[in-house]
Write a protein that binds this ligand. Sequence first.
Ligand SMILES: [Zn+2]
Ligand SMILES: [Zn+2]
Length: 371
Amino acid sequence: MTDNPAFVLRNIEDVVFEERPIQEPKEGEVLVAVKKTGICGSDVHYLLHGGIGDFIVKSPMVLGHESAGLVAKVGPGINHLKVGDRVAMEPGATCRKCEYCKCGRYELCPDIAFAATPPYDGTLQRYYRIPADLAYPIPDNMSLEDGALMEPLSVAVHAVHILGGLRACQSIMVFGCGPVGLLCMAVAKSFGASRIVGIDIINSRLEFAKQYAATDTFMPPEVQEGEASIAYSRRSADEMKRQLKIAGRGAGAIDLVIDASGAPSSIQTAIYVVKPGGTFVQVGAAKSPVEIDITTLVVKEITYKGSFRYGPGDYPLAISLVSQGRIDLKPLVTHRYAFTEAISAFKSTKTGKGDDGKIVIKAIISGPDAP
Ligand SMILES: [Zn+2]
Ligand SMILES: [Zn+2]
């Protein structure tokens, strides 16, 4: 093995291709030749702002965390993987010893080393070293692009299935029709949801959602002049219920709401739309603290949960949903870039439009050697 080119964030909007040393897989680890990497909002956020919340990029960091590739080298003690195996890579290595790791919520491990979260390097390099149990073999009927998308799909599995507890014949509403929102709808569909309502403020995204997995879509009304945000959200919820014939309770009510938008008005509206006793899962981080109607939350006994990444069993379930044909990821990959064009993938993800003028759902960057 010779060189290991990497796509490195040095500072805000300052990225460069750099040679990085090839890591030697240790006991229980494998080295993966990264072939496909999806770009998501968090990657773009690091590029534009140099951090997310408390995670600040202080020294140069390799970007990328949604990846799949081929096993290039196995460390000592690995029997279940061999060179050439196609694997989806779960990008968070946990300590395996703390109370969260041991109780099955390893996404809360305080010592998690997560790809492209400072100070840890990401996967946009020729080779990436990973604990072998986080390199999941993917079946022949799945592509390496599918493998890369196991990362955002696991986010959706975690939010909808694990935390949302969605069951067959229940109804779900998803705020935000970006990749994570669409994947939440796809998971809901695969679980036999009776109704899947997609909400967004961009019409082309609503159209995409309707073709992909939503049974209904809704675009919130415009804010009126001088209208306070809570009053607006209440009006938006009323309008939505009327137009889509959503009941307050019983048959026709919304069992589960997912916010994958982070918009304050979505979060406020969700409280008014979900049925009493229903569940509200927050999967997109909000830009700032959000004012919500706590009294409504209380009298409706709404369960409001934060959802962060994914935990035990989420990757295997995501792989199984796709390999069984219950979820089709191909329509989501709208744009593809060579490794050397990485910056274009970030640009198009940021603007939501490719150079071809088409709406970007998911942009994928190939590894340095991949076609
Ligand atoms: Zn991501
Ligand atoms: Zn831990």
